[in-house]
Design a protein around this ligand. Structure first.
Ligand SMILES: Cc1cc2nc3c(=O)[nH]c(=O)nc-3n(C[C@H](O)[C@H](O)[C@H](O)COP(=O)(O)OP(=O)(O)OC[C@H]3O[C@@H](n4cnc5c(N)ncnc54)[C@H](O)[C@@H]3O)c2cc1C
Length: 532
């Protein structure tokens, strides 16, 4: 007898998502945006049919580095699958970057664009990684008139002129700590050339990249623009050392590069590279959060469909209360992440259209690192639970499920790790004074006494802590702050604190930071003792 299990079948990911539809009803109603809704409906179907097929093909045909041609000439070609190439044209035609810059829907344009990215991401084999860097570069170059032609390429809807951009920040001497950058920019008569090693460069097939370097004789970093290839398609004094062999993101080419006098142009002022690039990170971190919620949603959709067909102990999984409660808790956590991410997207759209209030601006500043770190961590946790929800099938490669967990893991690392972003959140709080605005936004959305009490606890603990304590507890503070906002957004979404999701989110706990009460220095001896 053949043994078989019924695979879960995905439905239109736009139409068959009642939580998403309820969000749209509140924030992006069909009556106001009929064309966008029709477009999203179409995309919701494409991502479970043709794009899903392409992403499977891209995932199964990773990029290859060809260092030399048959005659011994160094060529450093990176060949990618036809499916990966197809995503470039698809991204242009779908306007996945362009929509955010055409601003036809004014401040709602970013919501529309990110809804598309949200649907697209799990069926893109991580093509959203180059798109994130492209969008980030476009945002920086939009404000630099000298780079108008490149900006037009990055925001084009025409596949023949659309460009993607890389972003080369990480060097062997540091990724989180870019001050360790060793790449040197040498002045030429008209511009600069760059020399150094870039240790992680994703999307190496892109037409351009943004990168940091120190101008000879200077300590501070400057931002540079590089076009990778000359008119004949040859790399411009760039050597590809190798492609990384990665846990996930298999279709995405990530290379180690050596720059050997690569022509480059300065972007912005000399020595102001870190400040100029901050604009780019705001965008890529929101993409990161969007990718995390997209993976959560895809995993949840699959697990839910599976629970309706898989039998255990004489009934469907969904009919086992413990299984369905497990899924319900995941859905609550996912919904909080979704609302947090799209709150950031809404505020981004408002800021770009100059329709943002000072309170909202402060909220956005602190929200960006927090939403990135929180959704990334929840993404990994939820992906892991999704795999378990399939039992043994979840661990089997050709179900496609392990890829969700692998690809979720990178979201906690690139664009800033959890610790590094927690420290950025502290900068936002103490140097840029964003906490008042952030907490005011939380209070505008909640009446829940537990959430309000948590805010008081957070503020009291922060006020009583010294700098060392704050640094030590940067993670706990980040998680507590983002969770109170998550609770408030759920309450706002459901128009009630006692509806299931907002109530359960608070019940799941951790709205206050767990500072050391007993032995603040004990962890040093404890960890040294445990590891030696
Ligand atoms: C698949 C993949 C693709 C990538 N693509 C790109 C790319 O295209 N371009 C690019 O520029 N980079 C890219 N990266 C690199 C990535 O951005 C960095 O790996 C990341 O920023 C972390 O830097 P690092 O590796 O130097 O880690 P480190 O900075 O060495 O960090 C190691 C650990 O130390 C912790 N840590 C560091 N500083 C502190 C501190 N002050 N306090 C407390 N804890 C701290 C971190 O949280 C982390 O856990 C990619 C990485 C991956 C995995």
């Amino acid at each position: 007898m053949n043994f078989y299990q019924t695979p879960p079948v995905l439905k239109n990911q736009f139409k068959h998502d009642s939580f998403l539809q309820a969000y749209l009803q509140r924030k992006f109603p069909q009556s106001q945006f009929p064309e966008a809704h029709a477009d999203l409906d179409r995309l919701g179907q494409s991502v479970v049919s043709e794009y899903l097929e392409l992403s499977r093909k891209a995932e199964s045909q990773p990029p290859i580095h060809v260092p030399y041609d048959a005659w011994g000439n160094r060529i450093d070609e990176i060949t990618v699958s036809e499916a990966w190439k197809a995503f470039e044209a698809i991204s242009a035609k779908e306007g996945l970057v362009a929509i955010g810059y055409a601003r036809e829907l004014q401040e709602h344009s970013r919501v529309y664009q990110f809804l598309k990215l949200f649907l697209f991401h799990p069926s893109s084999a991580m093509y959203t990684c180059p798109l994130a860097m492209t969008d980030g570069a476009a945002r920086v170059l939009e404000e630099q008139p000298d780079f108008k032609a490149s900006f037009d390429h990055l925001t084009s809807r025409d596949p023949s002129s659309f460009w993607t951009s890389g972003q080369w920040m990480t060097e062997r001497s540091g990724g989180s700590d870019v001050s360790g950058t060793e790449t040197v920019a040498t002045r030429t008569q008209t511009s600069f050339t760059l020399s150094g090693v870039k240790w992680f460069t994703s999307a190496t097939t892109s037409q351009m990249a943004m990168t940091l370097a120190k101008i000879e004789g200077q300590d501070k970093l400057s931002l540079f623009y590089v076009e990778l290839r000359d008119h004949s398609g040859r790399l411009r004094n760039i050597q590809v050392n190798r492609l990384k062999q990665k846990l996930g993101t298999h279709a995405l080419p990530t290379a180690e590069l050596t720059l050997l006098g690569t022509p480059a142009k300065l972007v912005g002022e000399e020595g102001k590279g870190v400040k100029t690039i901050a604009t780019l990170f705001n965008i890529t971190r929101i993409y990161n959060a969007c990718s995390a919620i997209a993976l959560m949603r895809r995993g949840m959709a699959l697990a839910f469909e599976y629970s309706k067909v898989r039998m255990a102990f004489g009934k469907k999984l969904i009919d086992h209360p413990l299984h369905s409660k497990t899924l319900a808790d995941l859905q609550v956590r996912y919904e909080a992440c979704f609302l947090l991410t799209f709150y950031a997207v809404e505020l981004l759209g408002k800021s770009e259209c100059k329709k943002i209030s000072p309170q909202e601006l402060a909220t956005l500043r602190l929200l960006i690192p927090l939403v990135k770190l929180y959704t990334a961590k929840e993404g990994v946790a939820i992906a892991s639970e999704v795999i378990e929800a399939f039992g043994g099938a979840g661990y089997i490669e050709d179900t496609g499920l392990p890829q969700i967990l692998r690809d979720a893991q990178v979201l906690a690392i690139w664009e800033g790790t959890t610790n590094v972003l927690s420290l950025d959140a502290q900068r936002a709080i103490f140097k840029e004074k964003s906490l008042g605005g952030f907490l005011a936004s939380v209070k505008d959305k909640t009446k829940n006494p537990q959430v309000l009490a948590s805010i008081d606890t957070i503020v009291a603990k922060m006020t009583a802590a010294d700098e060392t304590q704050l640094n030590l507890h940067a993670r706990e503070l980040s998680f507590a702050l983002i969770r109170v906002l998550g609770a408030a957004l759920l309450e706002e979404h459901y128009s009630s604190q006692s509806s299931y999701a907002p109530h359960r989110f608070v019940e799941l706990g951790l709205l206050s930071p767990a500072f050391f009460e007993h032995d603040p220095n004990g962890f040093q001896d404890y960890i040294n003792g445990a590891l030696t």
